[in-house]
Design a protein around this ligand. Structure first.
Ligand code: HEM
Length: 160
């Protein structure tokens, strides 16, 4: 009986990674590359255009800071875990840009559920991302290729 129970638990227990120091715990979830919401680019071009992991890190840090400080959407971010957000959004961008990362965060529907995000909020967030990419001198074509990868996630993020 004990063995059966152990096997059952092993099969059903969610394998969310342990909470890193400085982050708040989240409800258990299963880690999967598909949680990132998009297939990664192939080849190294996009990663190079984004300045590699160091460039992506700077973009994510200023993008996340801009969202928290934003007069329109900052309210949605208030009281959220900025440390975790910086980490998992970095992982997501780095993974999609094929810059050598694994995404360990939640899927987009779970992460944005009951948040009440509207299309206008999404537009605002995209503008913040565009500014962060431009500040890092990501070529315009590469910016748009990346945004086109994120666009289909709208259905999982925006509530109607
Ligand atoms: C394509 C667009 C978007 C992408 C790629 C994206 C990506 C992410 C990722 C990777 C996470 C973290 C998941 C995790 O913690 O496991 C997250 C969480 C979050 N996102 Fe988004 N997001 C998008 C749109 C938005 C928009 C439009 C808003 C609001 C204006 C928003 C607000 C938030 C907030 C507040 C969290 C924290 C949720 C929590 O910790 O419980 N996101 N997002």
């Amino acid at each position: 009986m004990m063995i059966l129970l152990t096997v059952f638990l092993a099969a059903t227990t969610q394998d969310a990674p342990p909470t890193p120091p400085g982050e708040e715990a989240v409800a258990p979830y299963r880690v999967a590359p598909s949680n990132a919401g998009a297939q990664p680019f192939s080849g190294e071009r996009m990663a190079r255009d984004f300045g590699g992991q160091a460039g992506i890190r700077r973009i994510v840090d200023s993008f996340v800071a801009a969202n928290f400080a934003d007069p329109h959407i900052g309210e949605i971010f208030r009281n959220q875990d900025a440390v975790r957000l910086r980490r998992v959004i970095f992982e997501q961008f780095c993974y999609i840009l094929n810059a050598g990362c694994r995404y360990t965060g939640r899927d987009m529907r779970t992460a944005h559920t009951n948040m009440g995000v509207q299309q206008a909020d999404m537009n605002r967030l995209v503008e913040n991302l565009q500014r962060a990419m431009t500040a890092e001198r990501v070529p315009f074509v590469a910016q748009n290729r990346f945004l086109a990868k994120l666009a289909p996630m709208r259905g999982e993020v925006v509530q109607r």
